[in-house]
Design a protein around this ligand. Structure first.
Ligand code: VGL
Ligand code: ZN
Length: 237
């Protein structure tokens, strides 16, 4: 019955409070990380990541629509910074983009201003209506937030509770950037107890050395890395 509606799934039998058996479809989630104009070459973004031309974004969009058709529950993250965000080099007089400084006893990479709330290039380039929810991060100007789950101070977003609310135990993660927000989101998802699958060809990184290292760290956290999107394989994992 549920399969007729195209929901991607294994089944689970659980006991309700009254002791009756109920069958639930285990739904699989997907988190599309920071596919925003500022991170793309296509939109001449301020922090354009190599390999993010229009064809790449179309591939990500296609994959996202395929997952939707297959019954996956889709979420996105959106880097959403105030204009004076701590991660912007412009918030630190004399500092240049990509310099690394220490703030709050922690290293902070300084970026060109990006993902500024309400600007054209902060928009998500994949049809927003595909997503059940868009989780914004980096809203507090005092702290950076690469992960869709928590900022660098450990302040949690609503991601974990939304996934739990939807009964999701397995999530597919892809987007931009492999070495920053994809890395942090995938690792946090694994640490939070989800089965996590990263699709390498749907990710792009700021630099190749840090992206390779990030993929190793992601793997070490227990995440499965697939080079291509393979929906049947994901369902069986
Ligand atoms: C990101 C650097 C700064 C990302 C966000 O989306 O990976 N990277 N803010
Ligand atoms: Zn950012």
């Amino acid at each position: 019955m549920v399969l007729l509606f195209g929901v991607a799934v294994a089944f689970m039998v659980a006991s309700t409070a009254s002791g009756q058996k109920a069958t639930f479809a285990k739904r699989i989630g997907a988190i599309v990380v920071d596919v925003q104009g500022d991170f793309t070459e296509w939109k001449k973004g301020s922090l354009a990541v190599p390999g993010t031309d229009r064809a790449f974004i179309e591939k990500v969009t296609d994959a996202t629509k395929q997952l939707k058709k297959a019954g996956f529950i889709l979420f996105a993250t959106q880097d959403w910074h105030p204009g004076e965000h701590i991660s912007f080099h412009t918030s630190h007089p004399g500092k240049k983009p990509f310099e690394v400084i220490t703030v709050h006893n922690r290293t902070q990479a300084l970026w060109p201003p990006h993902g500024v709330q309400g600007t054209e290039n902060a928009r998500i380039l994949v049809d927003n209506n595909l997503f059940l929810a868009i989780v914004q991060k980096g809203r507090d100007k005092r702290f950076d937030s690469y992960s869709g789950f928590q900022d660098h101070e450990g302040q949690e977003t609503e991601m974990d509770s939304i996934l739990k609310h939807n009964g999701i135990e397995k999530v597919v993660v892809y987007g931009i950037a492999t070495d920053y927000c994809v890395r942090a989101t995938a690792i946090d998802a694994a640490h939070a107890g989800y089965k996590v699958i990263v699709i390498e060809e749907l990710c792009r990184g700021v630099a190749s050395d840090t992206s390779m290292k990030a993929l190793e760290e992601i793997k070490k956290a227990g995440v499965i890395i697939l080079d291509k999107l393979d929906i049947d394989k994901i369902k069986k994992l």
